[in-house]
Design a protein around this ligand. Structure first.
Ligand code: HEM
Length: 485
């Protein structure tokens, strides 16, 4: 017995050593520079991801190893806009990497996780009209209702000299907006005393679990198996999120008004496509997660910075007053879109926060890929985060500084900035919710700036935790002063 165990251990160690030697000296990616430990095994990348600092770290390591860097035995990171232009092009043949995106599939595939091009374009056709700018504008009044309710709550707190936690407050706003848009009913988070919601707990837990499912996919099955047989109940957030999505989908049937899901189901019927309950739940979970923290992070970072720059705040306030002469003016989004400084402030918040830090890995297609004298064989994972370009000091001078004035430049300079500005990614897999997000941000910002003056910002410096969506490591509490007119 002892001899068998000894032999098994010996074989295991020999196999691990063999793998390490192969990965360093014989692997087709052996010529690509990168930290030695990254070449040896995926543990190096996992150890960064578990600390939630992977993209800041990888970005800084690119300075040492150059724009093409091996970050795990079979994954190469690029800090090179030309590579990014190719990988995420409209006609790109690079599909989403299975190891990374399958982890987002709990009940079944969804728009975000589907890898096959044709399957994705079929799924996208069912929802793209709902998220078009023209359609989102139709729902402007519902966004205004929520934003106004939030402003009333902030006003109440301002009168009582109580702080406003920016991130939780905007999270409630974005959660209720996406819920009403998709399911016809908001979750009521905006009405909760301390801007809390059980949905946030589910999102946070799922964010924590997804990393483990990416590296150890068997864990998901193990947890499901253990839960099914009541051996132990392991919460992973996905179960709670699925319950939220199911409850939302129940509301769709009872809602008399337009909803994204009603629209999606009727589009599917017209195309004689059968949507299973699992597919709908999976899309519902995706909408809740993708539509909440992203926009809330961007809004929080924008306001947190504006409140610390009184002159910039004043300039924005003066511009907003032209579109909102009285406190109860409700300019349409077309009017808000004509305000260049508001646009600059939103862009700068998106640039600085980069709510989707993730490196968006893709797989090299079957014919391999030659790029800048390197050959990447079929199946290599290639990745690059929008963050690397949004925080590039070659393009954005003092990139860690919130400076909306950088956007007020002539057309040529602006084109150069925009060529590196892809917070929503691009190509066929770009963010479907960007119109909704931009409209939400402009409405909330203009109402806030019109009604309040800066007070005190409790924590001046904010860091972001790199979960699936980057979120502030602090609620960002501020005191504001009500404007009396
Ligand atoms: C500041 C706000 C937002 C940012 C920065 C952002 C960023 C992104 C990025 C970078 C992607 C590409 C992901 C990839 O290639 O893996 C993406 C995809 C996606 N986003 Fe957003 N997002 C935001 C808001 C929203 C909102 C409000 C929704 C509404 C539900 C949404 C829904 C989606 C969906 C469904 C996809 C998958 C699209 C596809 O693959 O066809 N996002 N987002």
């Amino acid at each position: 017995m002892f001899v068998i165990a000894y032999n098994i251990l010996f074989l295991l160690i020999a196999w691990i050593l063999g793998q390490c030697i192969y990965n360093i000296f014989l692997h087709p990616l052996r010529h690509i520079p990168g930290p030695l430990l990254a070449k040896v095994s995926r543990c190096w990348l996992f150890s960064l991801e578990i600390r939630g600092t992977q993209h800041l770290k990888i970005h800084s390591l690119h300075r040492k190893y150059g724009p093409i860097m091996r970050i795990s035995p079979n994954e190469v990171s690029f800090d090179d806009i030309e590579a990014s232009d190719i990988i995420y092009a409209q006609t790109s043949k690079f599909e989403k990497s299975e190891y990374y995106y399958r982890a987002f599939e709990d009940q079944g595939p969804n728009l975000f996780s589907i890898r096959d091009r044709q399957h994705h374009s079929q799924a996208k056709r069912l929802v793209s009209h709902a998220f078009s700018r023209a359609n989102v504008i139709q729902h402007e009044s519902s966004i205004y209702d929520k934003a106004l309710y939030l402003m009333d709550r902030i006003e109440q707190r301002a009168k009582e000299r109580r702080t406003i936690p920016l991130f939780p407050a905007f999270r409630c706003m974005t959660l209720d907006t996406i819920s009403e848009f998709c399911f016809g009913k908001s979750t009521g988070a905006l009405h909760m005393n301390n801007f809390e919601s059980t949905t946030f707990e589910a999102i946070d837990k799922a964010n924590g679990a997804v990393l483990f499912f990416q590296y150890f996919p068997f864990l998901r099955h193990l947890i499901q198996w253990a839960n099914n047989y009541k051996i132990c109940a392991v919460p992973n957030g996905f179960i709670e999120l699925a319950q939220k999505a199911e409850a939302g989908l129940q509301d769709v049937h009872s809602s008399g008004s337009w909803t994204m899901f009603k629209n999606m189901i009727s589009m599917a019927e017209k195309k004689s496509t059968q949507l299973t309950k699992e597919q709908l739940v999976s899309e519902g979970m995706l909408m809740i997660v993708a539509g909440t923290d992203t926009t809330a992070t961007s809004l929080s970072v924008t306001l947190h910075n504006l409140l610390q720059q009184p002159e910039t705040y004043k300039k924005l306030q003066d511009e907003i007053r032209t579109a909102m002469p009285t406190m109860d003016s409700r300019p349409t989004i077309q009017v808000l879109d004509t305000l260049p400084f508001l646009d600059a402030c939103v862009k700068e918040g998106l640039r600085l926060a980069c709510p989707s830090h993730t490196r968006l890995p893709r797989t090299v297609p079957s014919d391999g890929w030659y790029f800048k004298k390197h050959y990447f064989p079929y199946g290599t994972n290639v990745s690059t985060s929008p963050l690397y370009y949004l925080h590039s000091d070659n393009v954005f001078h003092s990139p860690k500084k919130y400076n909306p004035f950088r956007w007020l430049v002539d057309d040529e300079k602006r084109r150069h900035l925009l060529a590196n500005f892809h917070p929503f990614s691009r190509g066929t897999r770009q963010c479907i919710g960007q119109n909704l997000s931009s409209i939400e941000q402009k409405i909330v910002l203009s109402l806030f700036i019109r009604r309040f003056n800066p007070g005190t910002v409790l924590k001046k410096k904010v860091s972001l935790i790199e979960a699936v969506t980057a979120v502030p490591d602090d609620p960002l509490e501020v005191l504001v002063n009500l404007i009396f007119e």
